[in-house]
Design a protein around this ligand. Structure first.
Ligand SMILES: CC(C)(COP(=O)(O)OP(=O)(O)OC[C@H]1O[C@@H](n2cnc3c(N)ncnc32)[C@H](O)[C@@H]1OP(=O)(O)O)[C@@H](O)C(=O)NCCC(=O)NCCS
Length: 148
């Protein structure tokens, strides 16, 4: 098995969505429509990465920044390809690309009950922030009720 890593493009969208939908632990919502991901990638060129085994997408990470901090979203590796360093490589590709863009720190969201992912992130050098809570709301008057 030879895994190829490359920058993600919007042409990968269908395969990325299929992976994210089947992975568990990835919070998907209306923000992940093809139109929104197209806009996200256009605003953050060269920062998201995919992993392929031949023509099969087996890993993906969406990454961007707001000018001051980076964010990694939706890192996932296909079940049968886990524990081979693919997740770590994708995350580190994102960090390297952020660093090259002049961004020196990156954040991510992980569900509190996603203990496996939390262990993964800590294992590859990320720190849990016990001093922060996430707060969200829609830009309309609707309350979010915790939806992503
Ligand atoms: C989290 C995820 C991306 C990790 O991908 P992966 O390719 O298996 O991770 P790696 O092989 O790079 O793991 C690197 C290290 O992290 C640790 N790690 C990985 N998966 C772990 C798990 N389930 N439990 C505990 N530690 C884990 C291990 O120490 C591993 O090194 P080792 O295999 O040499 O012991 C993958 O499990 C996944 O897709 N999960 C479902 C989606 C998800 O929850 N994504 C996170 C969103 S925040």
């Amino acid at each position: 098995m030879h895994i190829i890593y490359r920058i993600a493009t919007i042409d990968d969208y269908d395969q990325m969505m299929k992976l994210w939908t089947s992975s568990g632990g990835v919070g998907l919502g209306e923000a992940d429509s093809k139109g929104n991901i197209t806009r996200y990638m256009a605003r953050n060129p060269g920062l998201s990465f995919v992993a392929f085994d031949a023509d099969q997408l087996v890993g993906a990470a969406l990454c961007g920044h707001d000018g001051r901090r980076g964010f990694i979203h939706h890192l996932a590796v296909q079940q049968t390809y886990r524990h081979q360093g693919i997740g770590k490589t994708l995350a580190n590709r994102c960090l390297d690309a952020l660093k090259a863009a002049g961004i020196d720190k990156c954040h991510l969201f992980v569900f509190s009950i996603n203990f496996e992912a939390r262990a993964f992130w800590e294992e590859i050098g990320w720190s849990h922030r016990s001093d922060l809570e996430v707060m969200s709301r829609y830009t309309t008057n609707n309350l979010t009720q915790g939806k992503p």
